[in-house]
Ligand binder design. Structure first.
Ligand code: NAP
Length: 328
């Protein structure tokens, strides 16, 4: 049986999700790809943490050890921040290793560079998991862009903010109380800054812009606001008028310029994002031929995010399998 050798960079929520998904969906992948996907190495930061990883898998803090795995074909990157993720994926591409990333902070800044580099070296770069977790927005846009033009994208792309706004409305509680609830439920990090400041949504918005419009707006021109200033009173006043606060990323093109904002807005019942509650993400796309549609689903979490990464793997290696088949 042919083996596809893989390595994980990071073994946190997402890395563990990929590890689990590759195990639980082994047969499905084997049938699809005609090969076993084998995890050969895992890169971590803290060597003292206890990990539930098969003993025959290399666990290392040195990226060189990962690069030196003989016959390594694919890397799943699920670490945090622009660096060292960018440097690691650059080096992997130079070695002809396929890369799949969930790292939105890194990809918002360097996605274009990595995609161009990937083209140069004949390597695929999967990034479905960077935006809206398990919701297949990247592959949907890629498919549509073959013919359609994208006119506008509006989305709820941060589940933590959406959960907080939903709880403030439905329970009549304050921002602080809703944030604590999100933390108790595991929907918000101990340091929730990136989610509630809008920064996390901003990164996803830049990734969507690059894909849909081939460029990003100038970052400092994007109106960026989180949800921290929304009060209990504002939420309840809006409710009286049957309006809801939603934290929305909005991108469209006007006279060749990309306009983008990431901020709380009030929406009425007829808005496609009105009923999107809790930790769900939802993205509404307006396309030239198809018109308007909305994708909704889990925007984060261990298995939804792993699902996006393993789907990327399936895409990359089914194409490779087809390329290797003799033409009749
Ligand atoms: N969590 C989600 O639902 C989700 C969804 C979509 C995208 N993402 C993105 O996926 C990435 C991973 O998220 P996560 O939630 O899995 O994070 P996490 O739970 O904090 O795990 C991060 C992992 O990366 C490792 N790591 C961090 N810096 C490293 C370095 N310099 N060298 C080697 N390993 C390093 C950590 O090692 P130790 O274990 O040794 O500390 C840990 O295993 C992030 O970029 C995040 O934005 C997350």
């Amino acid at each position: 049986m042919t083996i596809i050798k893989a390595a994980l960079l990071g073994y946190g929520t997402v890395g563990q999700g990929v590890y689990t998904a590759l195990k639980t969906h082994r047969q499905q992948l084997k049938k699809l790809l005609g090969a076993e996907v084998e995890i050969a190495g895992v890169l971590i930061k803290d060597p003292n943490k206890k990990r539930d990883i098969d003993p025959d898998i290399l666990i290392t803090t040195e990226f060189e050890d990962i690069l030196n795995i003989p016959g390594l074909q694919v890397i799943f990157e699920a670490i945090v921040g622009e660096e060292p993720g960018f440097t690691y994926l650059n080096r992997a591409i130079e070695k002809g290793i396929q890369v799949i990333t969930a790292n939105k902070v890194m990809f918002a800044r360097y996605g274009k560079v990595l995609l161009q580099k990937g083209q140069k070296y004949g390597v695929s770069v999967g990034y479905e998991a960077t935006t809206a977790g398990g919701v297949p927005i990247i592959r949907t846009l890629k498919q549509l862009l073959q013919v359609n033009k994208i006119n506008r994208i509006q989305g709820i792309v941060n589940g933590t903010s959406n959960f907080i706004l939903t709880e403030m409305r439905s329970r009549g509680i304050s921002f602080d109380e809703a944030l604590q609830l999100a933390q108790r439920n595991g929907y918000a990090e101990e340091d929730p800054t990136s989610d509630i400041s809008g920064k996390d949504a901003f990164c996803k918005t830049m990734i969507l812009s690059e894909l849909a419009f081939g460029k990003q707006p100038i970052w400092s021109d994007v109106e960026l606001e989180g949800i921290t200033s929304i009060t209990e009173e504002q939420v309840q006043q809006a409710l009286q008028l049957n309006l809801r606060y939603k934290h929305v990323a909005d991108i469209y093109q006007e006279n060749g310029t990309i306009k983008a904002s990431v901020k709380p807005i009030l929406v009425g019942e007829s808005h496609p994002l009105f009923s999107v509650d809790g930790v769900d993400n939802a993205i509404t796309v307006e396309a030239s031929l198809l018109g308007r549609f909305t994708l909704t689903g889990p925007g984060a979490g261990k298995l939804p995010t792993a699902s996006a990464m393993v789907e990327d793997l399936a895409d990359i290696f089914t194409v490779k399998k087809r390329e290797l088949q003799p033409s009749i």
